[in-house]
Ligand binder design. Sequence first.
Ligand SMILES: Cc1cc2nc3c(=O)[nH]c(=O)nc-3n(C[C@H](O)[C@H](O)[C@H](O)COP(=O)(O)OP(=O)(O)OC[C@H]3O[C@@H](n4cnc5c(N)ncnc54)[C@H](O)[C@@H]3O)c2cc1C
Length: 279
Amino acid sequence: MTNLERHSYDVVVIGAGGAGLRAAVEAREAGLRVAIICKSLFGKAHTVMAEGGAAASMGNVNDNDNWQVHFRDTMRGGKFLNHYRMAELHAKESPDRIWELEQWGALFDRTAEGKISQRNFGGHEYPRLAHVGDRTGLELIRTMQQRIVALQQKDGKTYQSMESHLKVFPELTVTEIIKEDGKVAGVYGYWRESGAEVLFEAPAVIIATGGVGKTFKITSNSWEGTGDGHALALKAGANLVDMEFLQFHPTGMVWPPSVRGILVTESVRGEGGVLTNTN
Ligand SMILES: Cc1cc2nc3c(=O)[nH]c(=O)nc-3n(C[C@H](O)[C@H](O)[C@H](O)COP(=O)(O)OP(=O)(O)OC[C@H]3O[C@@H](n4cnc5c(N)ncnc54)[C@H](O)[C@@H]3O)c2cc1C
């Protein structure tokens, strides 16, 4: 144990998908030293597999759209079991997040007048999904990565080291959240390549490890979605809520076996596709 690799940060973010990268940007911009840990390569999170787009009531295609209608659609889609405050924040803030992505370098598809295009999607009253062809998640992650590098370059000028205040630790799996005197004190994990163990000391840990869908045999989720964060949080004493809710895509590949379960984009239904049986 004397040779244990150790690091110390203000914030450790576990996960480099859309959620983790956005949290890391916010923490760094607030002046904190941040570590981002992910068990795959940087830029390979499940988020890159999101195809359809990001729902935001910008009203670019139908100007009747607004956050209240988006909020209603979200609550209705969730059979009114959703956490209404989360649904409200999502509906209110998503247009700003789309603009933010554009300011950071994302390039969404356009309407004929040059506005950000929005497409139909199941459960949404109006065309609402900002998209980049069918590779929206890839563009989102590419943009967030670019933002992380821009912040690192800024730190490079100030501190003569690009990684002094914001560093990515790829291919490192976190196995435990460390607590001291009842409080979160860091995380413990191992390098996937060597198996060597690593300790991160940090008074704040953000869990952004994605979903749990890969626990099913046939799934549209990437290999990473094994619910690690749920387990880490539970073991650290957190309460998990609404665990019975899982999204299953109704349209997926059947053949060939190598791609079984891979998503056929949900927007096929938004564009009028109908699900039938053999009859
Ligand atoms: C096929 C598919 C298509 C989708 N399309 C859309 C869409 O069009 N629009 C939409 O809004 N949503 C879509 N979704 C949902 C959306 O993709 C996810 O909700 C979103 O990407 C989750 O982002 P995230 O940052 O929470 O997690 P992820 O992108 O899954 O990232 C999780 C991160 O955590 C890391 N991690 C996990 N466990 C550990 C560990 N133990 N140690 C270290 N790191 C760990 C992973 O390496 C990864 O970096 C789709 C989902 C699927 C399955």
